[in-house]
Design a protein around this ligand. Structure first.
Ligand code: F6R
Length: 334
């Protein structure tokens, strides 16, 4: 069970090693000229999805190329050979991602597989298609640094950004500011633990460009702590979900995931919610990052979210690592 915590706290180290490894691995692939692409499609589920969202948070307002995320079994019709399709499945055996990969091949879309093995590795190797190999034996959600570096290495030149350089500088910045990651994470885990014991369900609110830590927080509470947790995106929730706070159900405890680049319009919206929560006796907390630059801010928030979910698991007396029901589902579908 301490394995997960070690993974979470070692994220900067794994990311730094992965940047070197996948830069080299990608340089050995034969891929079309990056300038022929007008965007990238990143396809993957669960732990193999979150790194795509991270890159979208990091890059989408700075690249003129599209970053399209896919979590479906089908590819939208408009995706053509001017997109680089990155099919990400840590295990290589996720049906949704395998289908997308095969559909991409059928439609002559340039595809790269990112996987530790399984069907995805077998098919791409048999067909001589490019594949980035991840080290085996890691729970997919703990492979975040590997997946992130691999996808960044593959998409950087298409997007026209030095994503690996940015990640490297983010790790350096984080190293100077890491002190409070563990203490902030543990403090929030204790607050959430007491709320959960009072039958409150965590509801995580986030906004762009920090959607990946907010969504990661929700999925990590699900998979590590084995309880329900929900995610809502600002400002959209203010146009519907906001009505629920005045109702008869008092079911949630709220965490706002907040980054350094918080526009005034967002501050005002959060302030309104906080006042509403105070009035209605809704418990809420803020999770802040530690950094100046966006990449570092995202990484520090993800580390804190990971720590909270693992510590919450331990407080609840559950082992964060196994995800039996997901395994059973995959067997059922096989
Ligand atoms: C994370 C986890 C799941 C998987 C998801 C997809 O640890 O177990 O979220 O990531 O079921 O599987 P993969 O990543 O193997 O394609």
């Amino acid at each position: 069970s301490s394995g997960m915590l070690l993974h979470a706290l070692s994220m900067p180290k794994y990311l730094s090693e992965s940047i070197v490894r996948y830069k080299e691995d990608v340089s050995k692939l034969t891929l079309p000229d990056p300038s022929t692409f007008d965007g990238v499609v990143i396809s993957g589920m669960g732990g193999s999805f979150i790194s795509g969202l991270f890159l979208q948070d990091l890059a989408s307002d700075r690249s003129s190329k599209a970053i399209i995320l896919n979590r479906d079994v089908r590819l939208p019709r408009f995706i053509d050979e001017k997109k680089l399709l990155v099919a990400v499945s840590y295990s290589g055996n996720t049906e949704e991602t395998l289908r997308i990969y095969l559909e991409g091949l059928r439609r002559n879309i340039p595809v790269v597989a990112v996987t530790s093995g399984g069907e995805l590795a077998a098919v791409s190797e048999k067909l001589g298609k490019p594949v980035i190999r991840l080290p085996p034996g890691i729970p997919p959600r703990a492979a975040f640094p590997h997946l992130t570096a691999a996808i960044a290495a593959l998409t950087s030149s298409v997007l026209g950004l030095d994503l690996l350089g940015e990640l490297r500088r983010a790790i350096d910045e984080l190293a100077k500011r890491e002190d409070s990651v563990l203490s902030d994470g543990l403090a929030l885990s204790r607050l959430l633990f007491s709320d959960v014991q009072n039958n409150l369900t965590p509801l995580i609110y986030g906004y762009s460009p920090y959607l990946s830590p907010a969504y990661r927080f929700k999925t990590q509470i699900n998979e590590n702590s084995k309880i329900h947790a929900f995610f809502g995106e600002l400002p959209e929730v203010n146009h519907n979900e906001i009505m629920g706070w005045n109702g008869v159900l008092k079911s949630f405890t709220v965490v706002f995931v907040r980054g350094r680049e918080e526009p005034k319009y967002m501050e005002a919206r959060i302030e309104f919610l906080e006042n509403l929560f105070d009035k209605n006796n809704i418990r809420f907390y803020n999770l802040h990052g530690n950094c100046e630059k966006r990449a570092c801010e995202l990484l520090s928030l993800i580390m804190k979210a990971d720590v909270v979910s693992i510590a919450l698991a331990l407080l609840l007396g559950v082992d964060p690592t196994p995800v039996d029901t997901i395994t059973q589902l995959k067997k059922f579908l096989d």
